[in-house]
Design a protein around this ligand. Sequence first.
Ligand code: ASP
Ligand code: MG
Length: 595
Amino acid sequence: MALVVQKFGGTSVADPEKILAAARKAIRAQQDGKQVVVVVSAMGHNTDHLVDLAAQVSDSPPAREMDMLLSTGEQVSVALMAMAVHSLGYQAVSLTGAQMGIQTDSSFTKARIRSISAERINRLLADGNIVIAAGFQGIDEDLNITTLGRGGSDTTAVALAAVLHADACEIHTDVDGVYTTDPRQLPEARQLSQISYDEMLELASLGAGVMHNRSIEFAKKYDVPIHVRSSFSDTKGTLICGSSESKTAPVCGAAMTKNEARITIQGVPDKPGSSSTIFKLMAEKKITVDMIVQNIGQQDRADISFTVPKEELSKAAKVVATAVEQVGAAGFTQDDEVSKISVVGLGMAEQTGVAQQMFRSLADAGINIQMITTSEIKISVLVERAQALAALRAVHQTFSLHQRPADAAEWDEIPERKASQADIDKLVTDLRKADMEQLSLSEISLSDDQARVTLLGVPDSPGLAASVFEAVAQAGIFVDMIVQSYDGFQGETGISFSIPRSQFQAAQKVAEELQKQFEVKRVLCSQDIAKLSVSGIGLRSHTSVAIGMFEVLAAENINVEMINTSELRVNVVVKSAAGRQALVCMQKKFSENLV
Ligand code: ASP
Ligand code: MG
């Protein structure tokens, strides 16, 4: 029998009328012949109110008690929802996280699901009930109530859909789907008909606000199609599945992470172990590090820049001060007036010129790029916050995101899950043994057929990156990884990019021409590089991956020359001679996580 999981977020159950409307939706799905599990969040801003209440009695409420408190929000909604279904003449049973057997670890306020036992839910469904499940909560080994982190009901919904072999997971929310960018920021944003898991994962982690990023990790891992749709109408929303909306468009969405802060550690001794020490200290203090950039150093010193959420800057700065001493760096600078603008799209992995087009649009809008990092399917730049909205608009415009691509996919039915019943059964059994949210890495790879071009001391002004990558594209050179570091060790901006080694000579020539044209102080080209990449799901919620990579390299006495991170991949560049050795050690380090 078909089974659907329907999740209703806070705004969709904000008052009694809305709860009744949601109950009617669930009943309609049951009348369509489906078994229905409804996952609900706390009503309206209830969770915020509870957080607020806690703050009024304590400056630092114990995390365990926070979870005890926050979980009550969902308990209210499930009970009311079950009553609503009853009042409409149908059967429903509400369950808390503990009652439905959602086992988590004990990291209060951000617990991870370990296992879910489907038996009780299945029994209730078989008896004709609509099961109303409390989102966001679980229980640890000692029967303590835990919560999954803000926005965690999405994760509950997708995890239940995975375990119950649901045909789909519907996310009913106050927007009618996933947009090319946040429509509250840009009214010209367009609703996507579908989007791939990887794209959604990058966008969600960039704060696209539609879904909790961990829920997308689950969906990808267990191949659960997600239908994001309006809770106030029955119109078709956006399907999150295995493929993108368009096969030809390079970019499917853009995002602005408004409140970022940048830290640059200057003059870090360019030797094994430095990055490992720095980021371990940050992790110990639980600081969320994003957008790590390390460019090629000079005179045995390199700069490492990274961003943190603006509100964590003061805490981060204290840790960085310690790190500076420990590694013997020259010092650090900080700026809390920056925002990150990113574009995401599976298509860019196969097309050239995407970065250049983004940089040109920013240059034409008079916007200076402070930092650049790229991954296979994402390009992020750091800009001054005052220009962030203009930057978002410029990139949205240049990739015509407001227009539906001519080859946009249309869907009528939720696609069948690719995993066979047997595959899913096996997964569910495995889940009982292992941690459901365990980091799963898809690949650890070495590419040693690349070369690197570095321009040091480039003028820090709008249009520079655009001109550089236009010239490179014109010469027919395929650019892989781009790193632009913040004002370098001696107050110099550096741009590095990697290219196929076969194009080394051509790239060198372009670099020399650029040097003449733009007062670039130094051009450093090298064929002596090896790039190591670790990719997979969960890199964002497992910062340990980047740290693990740095640790392995430090232990092997291998120097990290360049770093570049994204949600789905961490890249580091080392000397060619060390490539193999680094690969073998990383494979050993992460062997348990490889799937
Ligand atoms: N009520 C929780 C929150 O506001 C969980 C959720 O809504 O997903 O974060
Ligand atoms: Mg929510």
